[in-house]
Design a protein around this ligand. Structure first.
Ligand SMILES: NC(=O)c1ccc[n+]([C@@H]2O[C@H](COP(=O)([O-])OP(=O)(O)OC[C@H]3O[C@@H](n4cnc5c(N)ncnc54)[C@H](O)[C@@H]3O)[C@@H](O)[C@H]2O)c1
Length: 319
């Protein structure tokens, strides 16, 4: 068992990460500006409610907690949900404050959340990747303050890794569009639509290239990452996504509809293949996502398959 400090532990992803790590036997300290009602987290989780941007606060908390690992999730997590300069300064300052304080205290493992948006898809001026599937070698090309702030969070992590050598282990991860457990039950997703609506209307998931991941799979990924960090190269970044796409038709068919000019590039995305490769996490860590919309939405597919099918016009693949 180790003591893990999770920032942003009250958030959409944070709640599942805190719960998952606590259930696998870790002592978890969740730090967030907002608290979660105590009954919603597993027993034993300690909550600290504070603003991590207050001067000296990240250092004070990390010194007081003396964790074996810090997982930094706190951020403004939705592009354009605040003025661009606010997103940029909030996210970059949070990443620097937390990673730098954890480094100063000598926390042995430090992980920061990035985002697939660093790649630059959805850019109004146009975007085409060199190839599909997208992976950690795909060149980042952020086009908004959120994506840029996440690239800087990765680079902040790498800067500290470079300065510390092998003394401290660092990593970053890019979770795909996070689905929390209640969203499988019908709660609105981060963009306001239900999962059934997203599946029925491909235009809703097209901007993120149909990527997604179950929040509990991210928790499992982080648990495994913390175990393996001493044995893998330092300062690595990982995509963390589902093994399939959030779509009822093959992406070879869907992507060119929404990203003209991609026909040849996306031709290999047949069957249920996602646009984002998780091969690096599979190969370096042995991680494998356990959930997909096909397993988690069984009840919707059974009860209301006709709605999904009619709206999505994709009958056979939805079953
Ligand atoms: N949700 C996704 O689909 C997704 C995808 C890719 C990356 N991410 C990244 O994962 C992380 C978590 O995302 P999420 O969806 O859970 O976001 P969220 O908005 O639900 O949670 C973020 C949490 O950070 C906290 N926070 C923000 N500023 C803070 C501060 N100054 N001090 C203390 N706490 C503060 C908020 O109170 C919130 O609870 C973020 O870094 C986000 O950029 C999320």
């Amino acid at each position: 068992m180790s003591r893990i400090l999770v920032t942003g532990g009250s958030g959409r992803l944070g709640r599942s990460v805190v719960a998952g790590l606590a259930r696998s036997g870790h002592q978890v300290v969740s730090v967030d500006r907002d608290g979660v009602p105590a009954g919603l987290l597993p027993p034993g989780v300690v909550q600290e409610t504070t603003d991590l941007l207050a001067p000296g606060e990240a250092l004070r908390l990390i010194e007081a907690t003396k964790p074996d690992a810090v997982i930094h999730l706190a951020a403004i997590a939705v592009p354009f949900s605040a003025p661009e300069d606010v997103i940029f300064t909030t996210n970059t300052r949070l990443a620097f404050a937390v990673i730098s304080a954890a480094t100063q205290v000598g926390v042995p493992k430090i992980v920061t959340a990035s985002s697939p948006t660093v790649l630059g898809y959805g850019c109004p001026a146009g975007w085409l990747p060199p190839s599909f599937p997208l992976d950690e070698r795909t060149p980042p090309k952020p086009w908004n303050a959120y994506a840029l702030s996440k690239l800087i969070a990765e680079q902040t992590m790498q800067m500290f890794a470079a300065a510390q050598g092998e003394k401290i282990r660092y990593a970053a991860f890019r979770p795909c569009f996070v689905i929390s457990p209640e969203e499988w039950e019908g709660a609105p997703t981060q963009q306001g639509h239900t999962l059934a609506e997203r599946l029925a209307d491909p235009a809703l998931s097209a901007p993120a290239l149909f990527n997604y991941v179950d929040a509990r799979d991210v928790a499992d990924f982080l648990d495994l990452l913390l175990q393996k960090m001493p044995d893998i190269p330092n300062g690595e970044t990982f995509f963390v996504g589902a093994a399939d796409a959030l779509a009822t038709a093959p992406l070879a068919e869907l992507i060119p509809r929404f990203l003209p000019g991609c026909e040849a590039l996306s031709a290999g995305l047949s069957g249920t293949s996602p646009a984002f490769s998780i091969a690096k996490a599979q190969e370096l860590l042995g991680w494998q996502p356990k959930r997909s919309w096909r397993t988690e939405l069984k009840s919707i597919l059974n009860d209301d398959a006709s709605t999904l099918v009619t709206a999505g016009n994709r009958g056979k693949e939805a079953s």
